[in-house]
Design a protein around this ligand. Structure first.
Ligand code: AMP
Length: 433
């Protein structure tokens, strides 16, 4: 929960001036202990309290960037990683750094510094630190520009172990001697190419000069332009290089398309797609929980067996729905974004965006449910006129335009589809809001 002025949640003010003891975490049930011990995250070398938090987040398997990066960070190496938002890169650096942080007693000084270009990213990372560090008692805070400084000063006085910051505000605070960075042992430069594009690199260099030379440095960037390579050489020591297939191509095995359709016609189109011969197992995404329930009911009334899964359902109900889906008893799962995080089902032939995701990263996340482990998959987005802006954002993120399809054919048994696309060849400005 945020406090006014953009100050993040941090551990409540200490009763003694140094540290407040944290309440002991609830004891684990035998089932939880077994789940932690058998988790692949444990196999990466992460501690049980971290893995416990991940299971609570619904993470089942590490993403490729996590598999590649976590062991190197745990081993203390510098890392230069090419990875985009949506690949799970935040956890790839936050998890092993929290593991390392809590391996030694707290010192009351900032030991992990994450520098990232925008306040949104800074807030998101800080939230992840909170979520992943839930059972660790780590103090953290976030500072960024565009809001008053006072509340951030107060938060900094509470001796965070982890600071997430945008470069400009951090430099201001550093120059005013409100923040000290002389105990930073781990530095993360996140979205470094964007910091370069936004003209922050000089600030970043100045900040780095205020850090101890003996430190671990991790640099994450979606692209590696030559200017950044030079900076990386100057800031990193003998880095392990990791290149994760960019988000734009993680879905290379996923045949993606968009269908322009009026909102009122979406359901009929969806039913036609779902009755298609090649749809063996489909996840249909809606943007609201209520929408998911309604759609699952309507599909059922039309004779399409489906289950809804979202955050309002009990854990048991979610597991039952997933089990029915996995076992093939129902071949359609209607899900919201949050609920989809923990879905780890192979053989999903289709992902259908009944409503476009609110964030472009959400799109990448959704379509990643199909085309897994090298299998091919199909992702169809049903885009109504009000959703064109969301589509543009997605296309910017994935750096390609989605081919426009008519209502997809469902095989020989189906009547000819009604074309719903205005045109196959869109001009660059075509109906873009
Ligand atoms: P990021 O690339 O760090 O922005 O992460 C994208 C999204 O993936 C976030 O919503 C994370 O919560 C989620 N995420 C990260 N790692 C995993 C995982 N191993 N399993 C499921 N979701 C994950």
């Amino acid at each position: 929960m945020r406090r006014p002025g953009g100050v993040p949640r941090s551990v409540s003010p200490p009763a003694n001036p140094k540290r407040a003891p944290r309440p002991a975490p609830a004891p684990l049930t035998p089932g939880e202990t077994a789940a932690i011990e058998s988790s692949p995250f444990m196999g990466l070398g992460l501690s049980a309290p971290l893995v416990r938090a991940l299971l609570e987040e619904g993470y089942v398997t590490p993403t490729p960037v996590q598999v590649e990066v976590v062991p190197h960070v745990l081993a203390g190496r510098d890392v230069l990683a090419c990875a985009q938002t949506g690949t799970g890169k935040t956890a790839a650096f936050v998890l092993p750094l929290l593991h390392r942080l809590t391996a030694t007693p707290t010192t009351g000084a900032i030991r992990i510094l994450v520098v990232t270009p925008t306040r949104e990213l800074a807030s998101q990372i800080d939230e992840r630190v909170e979520a992943y560090g839930n059972h660790l008692g780590v103090r953290h805070t976030v500072v960024f520009g565009g809001v008053g400084q006072h509340a951030q000063e107060v938060a900094l006085r509470r001796q965070p172990d982890v600071l997430v910051a945008t470069p400009g505000r951090l430099l201001d605070l550093l120059q005013q001697k409100i923040v000290r960075l002389d105990a930073v042992a781990h530095l993360v430069l996140d979205e470094a190419d964007r910091m370069l594009d936004m003209g922050f690199i000089k600030d970043v260099r100045t900040i780095c000069a205020a850090l101890p030379a003996r430190r671990q440095t991790l640099l994450f960037s979606a692209t590696m332009p030559p200017a950044l390579e030079g900076i990386a050489r100057a800031l990193l020591r003998d880095p392990v290089q990791v290149a994760i297939t960019p988000v734009a191509t993680t879905a290379i095995t996923v045949d993606q398309s968009v269908v322009f359709v009026a909102k009122a016609d979406k359901r009929a189109l969806l039913e036609r797609i779902l009755r298609g011969a090649q749809v063996s197992r489909a996840i249909v995404f809606t943007s609201t929980k209520r929408g998911a329930n309604r759609l699952a009911d309507q599909l059922a009334q039309s004779g399409i067996e489906s289950q809804a899964i979202h955050g309002n359902k009990s854990q048991n109900a979610r597991e039952r729905a997933l089990e029915a889906f996995r076992a093939g008893r129902s071949h359609v799962l209607v899900a919201t974004d949050v609920a989809s995080r923990g879905i780890d089902v192979d053989g999903v032939s289709h992902v259908i965006n009944f409503e476009m995701p609110n964030t472009p990263e959400g799109y990448v996340h959704r379509i990643g449910r199909t085309g897994r482990a090298g299998a091919t998959g199909t992702a169809i987005s049903l885009c109504d006129p009000a959703e064109r802006g969301l589509l543009s954002q997605i296309e910017r993120l994935i750096r390609r335009r989605l081919p426009v399809a008519g209502a997809p054919s469902s095989g020989p048994a189906r009547p000819a589809p009604t074309p719903v696309a205005p045109s196959r060849n869109r001009s660059p400005d075509d109906a873009r809001p």
